[in-house]
Design a protein around this ligand. Structure first.
Ligand code: ADP
Length: 188
């Protein structure tokens, strides 16, 4: 099982990716989480990534592509994985295609969790109040949504063209969304 979970910030892809990865027994690989760990540990990569993350922009492609290249080689990823938050640019998507091809694998589908913008802002502000993530302030949230529109939304067309895009409605209860995603995956 090799899947991509896509969607705007606040769509709930991290939550759903975790739940479904656990059910299917494959790792959930989140570039956002890996980067936050690197920032917390103060590694050179973390120090480089920090300002991009805190401003609501994207960490340079070469950095995240390197992260994924290393991570996909680990043994737990051999049977499959769910990518959460990667790819986020066309360059990352092309790099992923090459990696997967080189490994003799195939991406099965790109689940795109759809939520409209008004609801996203509300959810992100709510999360900011509860979790206090340092990139969850209002101006940074707006910038993240803008970054998403400019750099990540084009991936919808990219995966539609590749014939693997699966849109899923991202509103309703968490369990409903999980069920919708499982319905798609179980039909693959
Ligand atoms: P969210 O799920 O709220 O969009 P993530 O945890 O996926 O947030 O990512 C947090 C931040 O980490 C992003 O705003 C970005 O700066 C950085 N980041 C994560 N994944 C990538 C990626 N694939 N390419 C570039 N930057 C990334």
């Amino acid at each position: 099982m090799r899947l991509i979970f896509m969607g705007p910030p606040g769509a709930g892809k991290g939550t759903q990716a975790k739940l479904i990865a656990a059910q299917k027994g494959v790792p959930q690989i989140s570039t956002g989480e890996i980067l936050r760990q690197a920032v917390a540990a103060g590694t050179p990569m973390g120090m480089k990534a920090r300002e991009f993350m805190e401003s609501g922009g994207l960490v340079p492609d070469a950095v995240v592509i390197g992260i994924i290249e290393d991570r996909l080689k680990e043994s737990d990823a051999a049977p499959g994985y769910i990518l959460d938050g990667f790819p986020r640019t066309l360059e990352q998507a092309r790099a992923l295609d090459e990696m997967v091809l080189r490994m003799g694998h195939k991406l099965q589908c790109a689940i795109n969790i759809e939520v409209d913008e008004g609801e996203l802002v509300e959810r992100l502000l709510d999360r900011a109040r509860k979790e206090g993530r340092s990139d969850d302030t209002e101006p940074v949230i707006k910038k993240r949504l803008q970054t998403y529109k400019e750099q990540t939304e084009p991936l919808i067309g990219y995966y539609a063209k590749a014939g693997i895009l699966k849109p899923v409605v991202g509103t309703g209860s968490m369990a409903e969304i999980t069920d919708r995603i499982l319905a798609v995956i179980n039909r693959l």
